[in-house]
Unconditional design. Structure first.
Length: 365
């Protein structure tokens, strides 16, 4: 039996690093940021963070339009960066950053971007009344091979459901109101024993929060996401977006682990060598999100952390190993493994599958 349908994860997800060349406020040079993995990956979702100084987490996508920025570290609605500013163009092998730094291309500053492929900005409009799929019209683009879709809709203020296009049940949903200031809402299948009753805020350190008005206490299905009446997910007349994922064996994994409070922390099996890991404690407030990747730390121990809920520069407090089939915690940092018995969720994407689609073990790099 085939182990994975994705032998080359870089065809669907890549991390890229660069140094800025534009003087913010006075203009400078544009810059093409080119992937060093699969050369045919045109991104549809790009998440940029300046590493060497404090700056916002920039998120752009091809569904809203590349100039429309939202940030993960606050609740603001989207804003238009204009032409040739910020990330302003998606290319067949990367993207362009503009002549004004705007936190993505400032002179001599270092950057990282995590990039996903959906469907090349080719969208499907779901007329809920015509298709009987969901109750609220939505527009989505889906990469079902890699288990990723981008969904947009206009809120009604009433309980409802929207089509997501994955064809299977989403394991992870990251949602934001575009038109007004509201916290992000994250659904993760392991945030609680009844995850449809809870949400996490990407821009906040709160624990998983019980709320009937976010996901309407209704689990997602293979066709729709249920949404409640809360403004962050369904404000009447306001536009909203969701990034939806389902697990693909050997490529992505969305799970949880229990901390042991020991320098030799738990090993977490993913079925691949990770390229990216995002971690958040769910059962206690005051704990930051963490992002670690294989480009900023190509060798173990992986220490470089970025906090999507803050604009802080990268630092090096966290410690874990990226292994051929998962990851292992190597420290007692409170936001990773601080207290015995506490629960953490993780989001992981592959650099290399542990076993190829032919059933042959791969060589971890």
């Amino acid at each position: 039996m085939a182990y994975t349908t994705i032998d080359d994860p870089s065809a669907h997800f890549q991390t890229v690093l660069w140094t800025g060349n534009a003087a913010d406020g006075s203009g400078g040079q544009t810059q093409a940021i080119t992937f060093d993995g699969n050369s045919d990956m045109q991104p549809d979702w790009v998440w940029v963070k300046q590493r060497s100084a404090a700056a916002k987490n920039h998120i752009v996508d091809s569904s809203r339009g590349v100039s429309q920025r939202i940030v993960s570290n606050n609740s603001d609605g989207e804003d238009d960066q204009g032409s040739n500013n910020g990330v302003y163009q998606f290319n067949s092998d990367g993207f362009n950053v503009g002549t004004f730094g705007r936190g993505v291309n400032d002179t001599s500053k270092t950057y990282v971007a995590w990039c996903w492929k959906a469907n090349g900005a080719t969208t499907t409009t779901n007329d809920a009344s015509a298709t009987s799929v969901g109750t609220i019209d939505s527009v989505y683009q889906a990469n079902t091979t890699a288990g990723f879709s981008i969904v947009t809709w206009t809120g009604t203020g009433s309980n409802g459901s929207i089509a997501h296009g994955l064809g299977v049940v989403p394991d992870l949903i990251i949602s934001k109101s575009r038109g007004h200031a509201e916290n992000w809402a994250v659904y993760h299948k392991n945030s609680n024993s009844t995850p449809e009753d809870y949400y996490l805020a990407l821009d906040d350190t709160r624990a998983a929060t019980d709320s009937a008005v976010v996901w309407n206490d209704t689990a997602p299905t293979s066709t729709v996401i249920s949404i409640g009446t809360q403004d962050k997910i369904n404000k009447s007349g306001s536009t909203h977006i969701a990034y939806c994922f389902n697990e693909i064996k050997g490529y992505s994994k969305f799970g949880s682990y229990t901390a042991n409070g020991n320098a030799s922390g738990p090993f977490v099996y993913t079925g691949f060598k990770p390229a990216l890991i995002i971690i958040k404690r769910t059962d206690g407030a005051g704990n930051d999100w963490r992002i670690m990747d294989h480009k900023r730390d190509p060798d173990n121990i992986v220490e470089g952390r970025i906090k999507p809920n803050e604009d802080a520069a990268e630092d090096t407090n966290d410690q874990l190993d990226f292994l051929s089939n998962g990851f292992k915690l190597r420290a007692t940092a409170g936001d990773l493994n601080g207290t015995d018995g506490h629960t953490f969720i993780y989001i992981a994407f592959a650099e290399t599958p542990f076993v190829s689609s032919t059933g042959t073990p791969t060589t971890a790099r």
